[in-house]
Ligand binder design. Sequence first.
Ligand SMILES: C[S@@+](CC[C@H](N)C(=O)[O-])C[C@H]1O[C@@H](n2cnc3c(N)ncnc32)[C@H](O)[C@@H]1O
Length: 197
Amino acid sequence: MSTLPESGLPARPHPAAPTAPSPWVRRWLAALPAGAGVLDFAAGSGRHALEAHRLGLRATAIDRDAAALAGLGDGIAVRVADLEAGAWPFGRERFDAVVVANYLFRARFALLAALVAPGGLLVYETFAQGNERYGKPSNPAFLLAPGELLRRCRNAGLAVVAYEHGLLAQPRPAVVQRICAARAAGAAGAGGLRALG
Ligand SMILES: C[S@@+](CC[C@H](N)C(=O)[O-])C[C@H]1O[C@@H](n2cnc3c(N)ncnc32)[C@H](O)[C@@H]1O
């Protein structure tokens, strides 16, 4: 989701931006084995990188906004890059989980999905159509269509683990869509999630 204001100044986190991790993201991060590598993509102030770090995971946060990332402390790898223009800032790197929250840039969805390692997860949560009734974002460019994350993940070769679309009451009323999707582990292993139960 581009948050560049009309002035062209660098984006600042909105004062009302959530600082607590999303329960959806937390749920899937907590299911990862210790030491798994997690990328917080368009991380802002890095609430999900922080949560990954707290959970004993290896966290990387990337955003174009160096000031927003500046509060992240030792133990979290911080990278500043434009994720929508210019060279893609990842080489052959792959992550056990890629987290995207409150951000949408469709043109590079396939590149984003390709960052998920075999056996790894894409955990994505952002606003969906209908959110314009409750506030911003209201620009259709930043609102997912019904089923869009399902379709995009499947097209990117990811298998859907869990999916929801609906009205969230907290931290403020918002229509969101969220998914956890996995890349097949291949011959290398059994996948990135701990066993249930
Ligand atoms: C609404 S914030 C969400 C931050 C974080 N994911 C969260 O949920 O707390 C959107 C983030 O996308 C980042 N962003 C927008 N356009 C970007 C771009 N072209 N390259 C890198 N980051 C970008 C902004 O700097 C901002 O931190």
